[in-house]
Design a protein around this ligand. Sequence first.
Ligand code: SF4
Length: 442
Amino acid sequence: MGNIQLLLRQHVGAPCEPVVKAGDVVKKGTLVAKPTGLGANIFSSVYGVVEEVKEDRIVIRPDEEQPDEYEKISEGTPLEMVKEAGVVGMGGAGFPTGIKLDAHLDHGYILINAAECEPGLYHNIRQIEAESDKIVRGVKYCMDIAGADKAIFAIKKKNEKAVETLRTAIKDEEAMTIHLLPDIYPMGEERAVVRECLGIELETTQLPSAANAVVVNVETISRVAEAIEERKPCFVKNMTVIGKLNGGNEPHVFMNVPVGTSVGEMIERAGGIDGVYGEIIMGGPFTGNPTDLDAPVTKTTGGIIVTIDFPNLHGAKVGLLVCACGGSEARMRDICEKMNGVVASVARCKQAVENKPGAPLKCERPGNCPGQAKNNIQFKKDGCEYIIIGNCSDCSNTVMGSAPKMKLKVFHQTDHVMRTIGHPLYRYLRVSKHVEQFPDGK
Ligand code: SF4
C-alpha cells in the first residue's frame, strides 16, 4: 500500500485545519483535521505515521498491518454522530450531511438518490443489491433526524435486480415507496429527483427543502447508519473503476476503499492500464475531471475511468456547446485541445444559468431541452467545422435535429468514454421519458 493523501478540502466549504503533525502515530478513525467553517471532520483511513502536513493535504505512511478495528466517534444524538463522523454527500456533491439533515421538515420527504446517473458507474446499484437492510435502516435515521414522514427511493427502472431487492426490503415499511426513473441523463441532479418524485419544479436557486424534502445519496445513507450504529467515522469510499484496462472494459466495483488511496493504486487493483490511453477521469463521464495517477481518492470520488485515445481534428475550428449537466467551459476547452481542435465559438444552452458570477451552471429544467438550432446557426456563422457538446440525452437529440443539416460534425464530450466502455454515444435519444410506476409505489 502506498502513501495515503488526505485532502483538507473534500467537501463543500472551507478547507479543514490539520490537528496532527509530522511524526504523529495515527489509527484508522483518528481525527486528523477539523472544519474551520462549513465543512466536515477528516479522519485517518489507515494505521500509520503522519509523514508530512502540507498546505492542502496530510500525507500518511501506512503500516504493513492494517487491523479492521478503528477509533470510534463519541456517543451522542443521531444528528451529533452524523456531524462528528464527517459524513458528506458521497454521490459527488460533498455537502456536509449533518447540516443537510438538520432541516426541520414539516412532515416532509427523504428522497433517496439511487439514480446513479452517470454512465459507467455501478457502485450505488451494487450496494443496494448487497446491503438493502442497512440502507433501509439509514433511511429511517435520516427521516427521524430531518422530520420526514415519508421516504421515496428514486431508481432507474433498468436496474431490475436492485429494484426487486428494494421492493422486498421495504414491503413492510409503510412510509417507504419506490419511484422508477427513465434511463436518461440527467436524473440524479437534486432538482430532477424532486421533480420526478414529487412533481415539483424548483427554481435553480431553490433547495429541495423548498419542496419539503431532503435528497440523500444511497452511499451517504449507509454512512449515516454506520455513524449511528457502529460509531464509525467516515473514512472509506465506494467506487467504480472502469475503462481501458488489462482484462477488458468491464466495471470493477470496490467497496470501502480507504480515503486517500491513489488513483494509480486503484487502477492497478482493477488490472492496470492497457497500453496507450487518452486520459484518466475522476468522477463520471459528464461531470468528472481529468486526473493523474498520484491524485488521491476523496470522500466524493465515485469513478475512475481510463479512456481510449482522442480523435485528432488536425487544428479544425470547433464550436463548444456548454451545458449545466456536462463539463464546464474549461473542461470542454480541455477536451477540444486534447482532440487537437481550435475553439472558434462558445455557446451555452439557454436553460443553463449562472446563479452567481463564476458559480457552476444550473439547468432550469434538467433533461427537457429548449432546442439548440440557434446555437448551431451561430457555430456555422463562426466558421466551425465541428462542434463538441456536453448536453443531456434530450438536448443531444435536438442538436442532432439541426447540426447535420448545417454540415456541422458533432462530438459529445463523453464520446471517448462511451466508446471505451461500449455504451451508445449521446446523439439521438431512443429511450422514452415516461416510465410506468408500481401502482402503490412498491
Ligand atoms: S436543457 Fe440544457 S442545461 Fe439543461 S440538461 Fe439539457 S442541455 Fe443541460
